[in-house]
Design a binder for this molecule. Structure first.
Ligand SMILES: Cc1cc2nc3c(=O)[nH]c(=O)nc-3n(C[C@H](O)[C@H](O)[C@H](O)COP(=O)(O)OP(=O)(O)OC[C@H]3O[C@@H](n4cnc5c(N)ncnc54)[C@H](O)[C@@H]3O)c2cc1C
Length: 414
């Protein structure tokens, strides 16, 4: 993050987060990648003990009353430990709690948010189903009313914290006859009889986060565990896409940063043809591009975070968040790719962690809404915004600034 853009409170918090980053034992990072630690509860307990999670929430619920700019800085710093650390940090505290803070009841905030931010409870977010993640509103998991409860049936897959979480934020169909945007309800589901973690995946990267398949079989969920309005999970989903995608983008920068640091040092010491390899432009220009991409990515995170803090119009934020997620994740993947390239063969081994960073970051453009879905949203919002402007409202019509602009016979569109 650019120091001059951060408040004093944010800078003080960054020092605290860096202290946590120093605290993490090397073995924890390696054991997660080895799948020996399946879900890092010790890490989250420590983060909770230090009151580092959910810094933008009111103090009443365990936060620090700060803002999105500060949250983005925290996510970047935690990401330097490895992508999966920021992911488990983010899923419970920054996503699930965000939904409950914004849409839940005080009872839910007391019971689920406060203990999670203290590091005493763990949570997972359950959107994706085996039948598909991109088509979220096609959800087939169902919840049917029975007395004061709902009976939940269905499956979710690729859920970080499927192993490890104490409760789950689950989207389920509650009105099969309604239009997709009016058919879903969001529930808090405790780990209880009928909730089963079935399968942990052999992931390419981002290991150690308990990612698995969850099966819900006749799970009894009290009606008081509905988050937001019945049949209006759409509202919850909409606000969740900010922490989901902006948070993901911020942590991606943190996860890529060490790759550039390692590659910078390595190329300043490694010699070929009688000189250090950073003296070859073929090498140093890749480092230069990486530094530029990370700075540009961070600048984009900062302006988008400010747009959220300043309550800019929701549709503008929707486009900004989608652009940020796509641009930042693709830039960071390029940074990791360059780092490996300039290190030559050693970069491809586990002598340096660049190979793990590259494996981890591959996920960035797939999850929390694939980058194709981001492009779809950006295109929709852009066309809508642009075409809603009437020509008379424009400062000038640039298309008229051409020599033959008024040759009407040549302006053929069909
Ligand atoms: C390690 C890991 C952890 C995850 N953690 C979680 C989690 O904690 N909670 C959770 O709910 N989910 C989680 N996910 C799921 C993730 O968000 C989904 O994998 C992602 O949204 C894509 O969904 P899908 O895999 O079903 O792919 P699909 O939806 O089947 O998409 C397949 C391909 O088709 C493309 N595509 C689909 N629709 C369109 C379209 N309209 N236009 C253009 N292209 C399109 C996609 O971009 C993609 O390239 C995780 C995934 C992984 C791998």
């Amino acid at each position: 993050m650019f120091d001059h853009l951060l408040s004093d409170d944010a800078l003080a918090l960054r020092a605290e987060v860096r202290d946590l980053v120093k605290w993490v034992p090397r073995d924890m990072i390696l054991d997660m990648d080895r799948d020996r630690i399946r879900f890092p509860k010790d890490f989250l307990r420590e983060a909770g003990r230090r009151n580092l999670m959910g810094c933008r929430y009111p103090r009443q619920w365990g936060g620090r009353g700060l803002d999105w700019v500060t949250t983005a800085m925290v996510m970047e710093e935690v990401g330097t430990l490895g992508y999966i650390f920021a992911c488990v940090f983010g899923v419970g505290a920054e996503l699930v709690c965000d939904a409950i803070i914004q849409h839940g009841t005080d009872r839910q905030r007391e019971k689920y948010v406060k203990p999670l931010l203290r590091g005493d409870l763990f949570a997972a977010e359950c959107l994706t189903e085996p039948r598909g993640g991109s088509d979220f509103f096609g959800t087939t998991t169902t919840a049917v009313r029975q007395g004061d409860d709902y009976i939940l049936n269905g499956q979710k897959r690729f859920i970080v914290g499927a192993e490890g979480a104490d409760y789950f934020l689950v989207y389920a169909k509650t009105d099969p006859a309604a239009k997709p945007h009016e058919a879903l309800t969001c529930f808090i589901v405790d780990r209880s009889p009928g909730v089963e973690t079935r399968y942990l995946y052999n992931l390419m990267g981002c290991r150690g986060g308990g990612a698995g398949r969850l099966v819900f079989k006749d799970v009894r969920v009290p009606a008081e565990n509905i988050v937001g309005q019945f049949n209006n999970a759409y509202a919850v989903f909409n606000t969740m896409m900010i922490p989901e995608r902006l948070g993901t983008a911020a942590m991606t920068i943190g996860a890529a940063r060490p790759a550039l640091d390692i590659a910078t040092r390595y190329t300043s010491r490694r010699r070929a043809f009688g000189q250090t390899i950073n003296q070859f432009q073929g090498v140093s220009f890749q480092i230069a591009e990486s530094a530029m991409l990370l700075d540009a990515a961070r600048a984009m995170i900062f302006t988008t975070a400010r747009a959220v803090d300043d309550h800019c119009p929701p549709r503008f934020i929707r486009r900004q968040v989608s652009e940020t997620k796509k641009f930042v994740t693709e830039s960071c993947q390029k940074v990791a790719h360059h780092a490996m390239q300039v290190m030559g063969g050693i970069g491809y081994t586990d002598i340096f962690p660049v190979e793990r960073i590259l494996r981890d970051l591959r996920l960035a453009s797939i999850w929390t809404g694939s980058n194709e879905v981001m492009a779809m949203i950006i295109a929709n919002e852009w066309y809508r915004e642009q075409l809603s402007q009437k020509p008379a409202e424009l400062v000038r019509l640039p298309e008229e600034d051409a020599e033959s602009a008024f040759v009407a016979d040549e302006k053929i569109y069909e």
